[in-house]
Design a protein around this ligand. Sequence first.
Ligand code: FPP
Length: 255
Amino acid sequence: MPIKFPFAKGQKEKELQPLGLDHTQIPKHVAIIMDGNGRWAKNRGMPRIAGHKEGMGVVKKVVRYASDLGIEVLTLYAFSTENWKRPKTEVEFLMKLPVDFLTTYLPELIEKNVRVQTIGDFDVLPAHTKKAVEEAIERTKDNDGLILNFALNYGSRFEMVDAVRQIASKVESGELAKEDITEDVFSSELYTSDLPEPDLLIRTSGEQRLSNFLLWQLAYAEFWFTEVYWPDFTENHFEKALYDYQNRKRRYGGV
Ligand code: FPP
């Protein structure tokens, strides 16, 4: 049956056939920079936080879709270490989003066998954010379906500097010899040490940069960009990203 594929603003909606994903080639780890909430809201004469609220509903849809497809890890960039520079009211709203999301959807996440995790500097988050997220982590810790990994107060450069510090301490204490520092050792000191590296990075809203997201981990990932703002991102866009991913040749530097 033909499906509707919503294109970016200004483009005509076309009817497309289902893309025919190869279900044996689903990426293990998809990372998403959910960008464009503010512009989406501005275009409608609404406050920026209205875009974030709408974006939360899209998170629910992509989590369902990823879980149903058998993706192993979905990492979502929810708050960067640079986002503290935003107006106080917006920061407060962004810090409440995980609380609202988990209050509403935790039962469904549990039912769908989703495991909630985070990466980032968790300790400095507001108490109510930490409490909601910690509860979700605890209540889903035995689930072995999709890992829903929120990057919260995450910054890749800080993560790497922190890893260097851990390694330096181990060298200083004699636990690790300098010659034994390898890429694997470095990776094992990152927040993502227990996760496969992302295969696919999606960024919405037309921006084509990494914004301090998973700089080390994305070394061999495929990148997929769309002009669509995050609140307008649908399962059809996700399917198209996966379809394009499946039609790329990953050579990892070989021929
Ligand atoms: C970037 O758009 C988006 C964010 C900084 C926040 C992303 C958060 C969500 C999509 C909701 C997250 C939901 C949960 C459950 C944690 P922007 O504000 O930079 O947009 P702009 O570039 O148009 O201003």
